[in-house]
Each structure stands twice: as structure tokens, then as C-alpha cells.
Design a protein around this ligand. Structure first.
Ligand SMILES: C[S@@+](CC[C@H](N)C(=O)[O-])C[C@H]1O[C@@H](n2cnc3c(N)ncnc32)[C@H](O)[C@@H]1O
Length: 284
């Protein structure tokens, strides 16, 4: 992160979700129209840059980034059906769930926790757009490198007596592994039974197909310049081990096969499913 600037990658992934809406055929994995408005005119070029002639990795992102958001929101919907009423979005970026939440979700407390530089920028955008902040949405600033997860949650509207669904998407690879391990331990310590933590992680290049090799240098240098280098890449087995070592009772590690079982009809287009990312859900 570059102090004072919103996360570049938060803007980039929001543009990717907007590009999915613009360039891919309906039905869409996610209809993230608010992302378009939050991004504003100044970031339209990022959306345009993910068109059909974009670099293959941008196309893969155009499928995977909306897919991971849809995966989280499907899991949240199931948790809501079973009675859970707290949704905490760690490293929320331009996540727009609160502004397109389904009717009747007013009793779901939505807590966005993010780096001050990103959250202040987003709140200014919301003000500029004159959007009404939903009554069930609250914001808390936190730098996960400086503040423990427990302190961040204590600073927020979080109720430790109630189960919570945590979304932690697009964040773990920007934090050193000991930081994510400590965060998982903290979460396990404060979350009530029946809570769930859904997150994504990046796989090491050595685990991936040949086409990813060229990316290692290219994207490594680019992200360093943007102040958000990927510093933490994990094998699925290590993710599972970290979750269980933190104290969680079980973990779901999605594979290409399990994602195709859930979203097969949406994954039949020309864009391949990215191998770079893994999706995990930890349960208490
Ligand atoms: C790639 S964006 C993901 C945003 C959002 N979750 C999504 O999927 O659209 C990464 C997010 O992590 C946040 N972040 C990165 N480092 C952080 C830190 N040290 N403390 C708090 N948030 C951080 C950024 O502010 C940004 O919102």
C-alpha cells in the first residue's frame, strides 16, 4: 500500500468485475453495476483495457474475480438462510455488496474493514455519488500490518457472541505468511461457533502451467511499483494446515473440479479458469 492512495489492486479488481458486466454475455456471475459508479470516469480506461483483445491474464481475471465474489456471496446467502446475521468484509476495497444487497437483508450487520487509505477514498466516492449509506453497513479502518485482527474487530460493530461470516478476498497474498497465520489464530479465538472465514490465496508459480512463467517477472515488477507486491504464495495443503493449526475445526479447499460442479454452466465460455488462485473456507 502507498500511504494516502487507495489500493491500486482494489480499483483494478473492481474494474475487472465491471468489465465482466460489459464484455461477457449475460447471465453474469455477478451484476456489479455499483462498481462502475464507484470507479468513476477516471478509471474507465481500466475497464476498457479488459476487453476481448486484452492480455490473457486480464481475461482470466475477468472470469475469476467475479467468480470468487459470487462464490463468497453464495456462501453468505447459505449462512444467512441458516440464521447467521453478521457479515464482515476484511480488506473490502470497492466491494459493493452493501449497495446491492437482496431485499430483506436489513437484519444482516455488514462491517467493512479496510486500510485507512482505501476506505477513506471509497467513502469520499460514496459521498460524491450521494449514495445513502444503508443502515446495516458500518466502516472500520485498520492496517493489518500494524493492528491485530482482534483489535480491529473490537473497534468495529462486531458482536463476538453471534456467528459471523467473514470475507477476506484478495488480501492474503499482500501480507507475509506469519501475519495471515496470526490473523487466522485471532479469528479462531474471537469468532463464535458456526462462523466461517472465506478467503482466496495465490499458488506458487512452480505449481502452475507453463503459461504462467512469463507472468512471474512481469507482474512481480509491476506490483512492486504499485506498492502492492505479492509476498505470500501457498500450496493448497499449506493453506489447509494453517487453517487447522489456527484452531478451526474444518476447511474447504476448492479445486477446479468442485468449482465446475458448482458453476459449470458459467464456466463454459472461451476464457479458461485461472489456476493462479485458490479458494478456501474455514469453519468453526
Ligand atoms: C485486491 S484488493 C481486494 C478488495 C476486495 N476484497 C475485492 O475483492 O474486491 C486488496 C484490499 O486489501 C487491502 N489491504 C492491503 N493491505 C492491507 C493492510 N495492510 N491492511 C488493511 N488492508 C489492506 C486494500 O486496501 C484493498 O482493499
Amino acid at each position: 500500500m502507498i500511504e494516502g492512495n487507495p489500493s491500486y489492486t482494489a480499483i483494478h479488481v473492481a474494474a475487472t468485475r465491471a468489465a465482466h458486466n460489459r464484455f461477457d454475455k449475460a447471465p453474469h456471475l455477478l451484476d456489479d453495476q455499483p462498481a462502475l459508479s464507484l470507479l468513476g470516469e477516471e478509471h474507465q480506461d481500466l475497464i476498457d483495457g479488459s476487453g476481448d483483445d486484452a492480455h490473457w491474464v486480464l481475461l482470466e481475471n475477468r472470469l475469476f474475480i467475479p467468480l470468487r465474489a459470487r462464490w463468497v456471496e453464495d456462501r453468505l446467502a447459505r449462512a444467512y438462510e441458516s440464521g447467521l446475521r453478521q457479515y464482515i468484509i476484511l480488506g473490502a476495497g470497492l466491494d459493493s455488496f452493501a449497495f446491492r444487497q437482496p431485499d430483506g437483508f436489513d437484519d444482516l450487520s455488514i462491517i467493512e474493514i479496510d486500510h485507512p487509505s482505501t476506505q477513506r477514498w471509497k467513502r469520499k466516492r460514496i459521498e460524491a455519488l450521494r449514495w445513502k449509506i444503508p443502515a446495516n453497513l458500518s466502516f472500520t479502518e485498520c492496517d493489518f500490518e500494524q493492528t491485530s485482527m482482534i483489535d480491529a474487530l473490537n473497534d468495529s460493530a462486531f458482536d463476538e457472541n453471534q456467528p459471523a461470516f467473514i470475507s477476506w478476498m484478495g488480501v492474503t497474498y499482500y501480507l507475509e505468511r506469519p501475519v495471515t497465520q496470526a490473523a487466522l489464530r485471532d479469528l479462531d479465538a474471537v469468532l463464535a461457533p458456526r462462523s466461517e472465514v472465506a478467503f482466496d490465496y495465490l499458488r506458487p508459480y512452480g505449481d502452475l502451467a507453463e503459461r504462467y512463467v512469463e507472468l512471474e517477472k512481469l507482474s512481480g515488477e509491476y506490483l512492486k511499483k504499485k506498492g502492492e507486491p505479492h509476498v505470500n504464495k501457498l500450496h493448497a495443503a499449506d493453506v489447509g494446515a494453517d487453517v487447522l493449526a489456527a484452531g478451526f475445526t474444518s476447511v474447504v479447499l476448492e479445486t477446479e473440479g468442485t468449482l465446475r460442479e458448482q458453476y459449470g454452466d458459467d464456466l463454459t465460455g472461451p476464457i479458461p479458469l485461472s489456476e493462479r488462485f485458490g479458494l478456501a473456507a474455514a469453519h468453526k
